[in-house]
Write a new protein. Sequence first.
Length: 131
Amino acid sequence: MNPKTDIQHLDHIKLLVDTFYDKVRQDTSLAPLFNERIQDRWPAHLAKMYAFWQTVLLEDHSYFGSPFAPHANMPVDKNHFDQWMHLFKQTVDELFSGPIADEAKWRAGKMAQMFQIKIAHIRKTGFKNIL
């Protein structure tokens, strides 16, 4: 058996993103949310996720945008974020091992926390200037 490598280049990012979103698209709690929002635009969404994670993990600045805004009004709660994190960590651990893989899990966790805080704030106050 080959030992797992760390996330090192764009092909690794694509493998991570594709494998993760395959799981999301089959998950009973997440698939309906993502499929309703993304519909037939999965190739464009995946390309955006490749660029996002390539920027975050490999410091190859190919993503330009605001990752929170598309999620601001989604009907999600803590359970959705917990499942998203479970699948993300599971995917990283299945495919990779090393400091960048650990960074991916840490960054995803921080992003999930921040998204939850912002969504709660918007729901509580109606203030959307934090997009």
